[in-house]
Design a protein around this ligand. Sequence first.
Ligand code: PLP
Length: 396
Amino acid sequence: MTQFDAPLETPRMQAVQSPIIPVVGALIRQHPGTISLGQGVVFYGPPPAAIARLADFLANPDNHKYQAAQGIPELREQVAVKLKQENGITLDDRAQVVITPGSNLAFVNALLAIASPGDEIIFLTPYYFNHEMAVTMASCRAVLVPTDAHYQPQIEVIRAAITPKTRAIVTISPNNPSGAVYPEATLRAINQLCRDRGIYHISDEAYEYFTWGDTQHFSPGAIADSQDYTISLFSLSKAYGFASWRIGYMVIPTHLLAAVMKIQDTIAICPPVISQHAAMGALQAGRDYCQEKRVTIAQVREQVLTQLDTIRHFCTLPTAEGAFYCLLRVDTPLDAMTVTERLIREHGVAVIPGTTFGLDNACYLRVAYGALRPETAQVGIERLVQGLRAIVGDSA
Ligand code: PLP
């Protein structure tokens, strides 16, 4: 025994939910052979052009030193071109780009720059768990606003949730975990609401390249005259198979740059320089690289939707035109964690329980299908369908 008998976790950290991916990962390890429809990653790695840049990185000994907190200038320039051409976002004296060690940290940068303890951030449920965790860690309050039956935002409900303490509304389109893509008109209405009420619009666009059919992605940062209150977050993790390289970027109003630089300098000093070099190669390969890979994900998506169609009599599944997720609502009195555990233990397939996304009024399960090749996905989704039938006692 030492005299230091402080509690293991501070009250602040006790209030933060435990990350679900390691929890489900541990269950999967206990049941070897489980097929994971759990983690939101893609099946492919970075383009060869990204790896080719590593030689340049190694050739210059100065690259082993800290570099600019905002990101290396060449990469920022490349990102500026991409933002203009693909997103319609122009960087002028009112908007700046900051390279970040992943877009999760971009969210933390935004949050700490705009909010003080006790301030409120509006999330649309289902929310992305790391966003909610960050808000709790920052001693701010997540205000949860439900979406409609198709997981689409309801403007009037959002409007009613704004208080004098609200600092921002967060949108994620295409959405994790629902796969919903918000129409341009909806994102414009939310952005206008932010403008009218003097709050920020944080737009997470990690899945911008993953829309299906004719559905189009829209960047609120492209809205004329929105630079002063729109914060746009982007990631290379999904588009370029770059998850472990930790590179994202954010577009922020210039008046937030000093605060964001304090935060990034403190937390990361600078984004990993080797990864920034690789990112330059990735952006050079460009969106075509992802377009090719998407063909496989689209094929898996069809398999998933076809299989899930057979259990619609006890599973609600709104159309999801984006990302690589479906969010099922299963008609069962069991809670989502129990169903998830049984799927892993008894049926060898893993999903993520909806409770982690703020859905606790029914049994919701997130199915992620970006990480698997069609052959494995087919087996995984068959296990899921059979498993759910067995768990709910379906005899149809
Ligand atoms: N934003 C959303 C909506 C995500 O789903 C994820 C990862 O799943 C991230 C951000 C994290 O991105 P990054 O790897 O760039 O931190």
